[in-house]
Write a protein that binds this ligand. Structure first.
Ligand code: NAI
Length: 329
């Protein structure tokens, strides 16, 4: 029996993500939690004749979060405010940091062994926040905490196909680093199947992958950021974990993890200037992250320059998350 929960289930990402989880044969119970509108979203989804039983909760002074999370195997967190035009993901920190702190506290209390998938931005800082909260409750297991960066990988395949043609579903590109602007580093030299990206198109392509989210924010013109593509990408990652949980082998997905706590991560940490959190392709198994793979051993000179910028940006983002929790206690 697998119980999944979506925290922020009534939002732009939360609703389509909950729909995908509700119709997944890998989920037996889906609990929806949000500060608003979950009764309606829950009633709606509960009419689908899928395998998952759908339950829905509002805060109820804390009891709602407890009921939503108790017995959970996997918790996906897209709660928080999204960007408006002109905002960076870091601008969301002020509000979303506290939301993620409180929801991670709920995870620590009610389902400390669950896989936790953080979508709320700025992911570069909210994942360290969740880690610090779990540590403070002595329940931090780095092989079970994931920052969801799948949308960067989804965008990379799509945008590569836009430039070179071919089947956009087939391109695999390791996208490493973090999840905002210049901290997103697509390693196009390692694209598979191998294709030649024209030199005069490379920089614009990398920039589009790094700032692809801005295209959506601009097009939505004040109504938020990516929701449907994010729900797809977030579900893909959750599904990969659930498939690995069913003993399917050979599943490797990119995700932002705590390097020192995952096998293979220490070696990567040494390559990335000691950063504790970094997105790399990670092999998944029934207990979460099995091994972090290191695509940084064979990067091009151009990618090396991108990585230098990424390290600089990530260092500050991670410290900001850690300090946020440190200054509260
Ligand atoms: P939204 O505003 O449509 O939905 C957010 C939901 O969170 C709302 O329903 C709100 O009521 C709920 N919420 C607020 N405080 C809460 C709390 N304390 N507990 C539970 N629920 C709470 O926003 P949207 O578009 O769904 O985006 C959500 C987050 O995901 C944003 O931070 C956004 O930046 C991020 N995001 C992340 C991406 C990624 O690749 N990791 C991509 C796109 C967005």
């Amino acid at each position: 029996m697998v119980k999944a929960s979506v925290l922020g289930a009534s939002g732009g990402i939360g609703q389509p993500l909950s729909l995908l989880l509700a119709i997944s044969p890998l989920v037996d119970e889906l609990s929806l939690y949000d500060v608003v509108n979950t009764p309606g979203v829950g009633a709606d989804l509960s009419h689908i004749n899928g395998t998952a039983k759908v339950t829905a909760y509002l805060p109820e002074g804390g009891a709602g979060l407890e009921k939503a999370l108790t017995g959970c195997d996997i918790v996906v967190i897209p709660a928080g405010i999204p960007r408006k035009p002109g905002m960076t993901r870091d601008d969301l920190f002020k509000i979303n940091a506290g939301i993620v702190r409180d929801l991670a506290t709920g995870v620590a209390k009610y389902c400390p062994k669950a896989f936790v998938l953080i979508i709320s931005n700025p992911v570069n800082s909210t994942v360290p926040i969740a880690a610090e909260v779990l540590k403070s409750h002595n329940v931090f297991d780095p092989t079970r905490l994931f920052g969801v960066t799948s949308l960067d990988v989804v965008r990379a395949s799509t945008f590569v196909a836009d430039v070179v043609g071919g089947d956009r579903t087939k391109y695999k590109i390791p996208v490493v680093g973090g999840h905002s602007g210049e901290t997103i580093v697509p390693l196009l030299s390692q694209i598979s199947p191998k294709v030649d990206i024209p030199a005069d198109k490379l920089e614009a392509l990398v920039n589009r992958i790094q700032f692809g989210g801005d295209e959506v924010v601009k097009a939505k013109d004040g109504a938020g950021s990516a929701t449907l593509s994010m729900a797809y990408a977030g579900f893909k990652f959750a599904e990969a974990l659930l498939r690995a949980g069913n003993n399917e082998t050979g599943i490797v997905e990119p995700t932002y993890i705590y390097l020192p706590g995952v096998p293979g991560g220490k070696e990567i940490q040494d390559t990335v200037g000691g950063l504790e959190f970094f997105a790399v392709p990670v092999e998944l198994g029934p207990n979460g992250a099995v091994r972090a793979t290191n695509p940084l051993v064979k990067v091009s000179d151009y990618e090396e320059k991108l990585l230098e910028k990424c390290y600089e940006g990530l260092k500050g983002n991670i410290a900001k998350g850690v300090e946020f929790i440190a200054t509260q206690s």
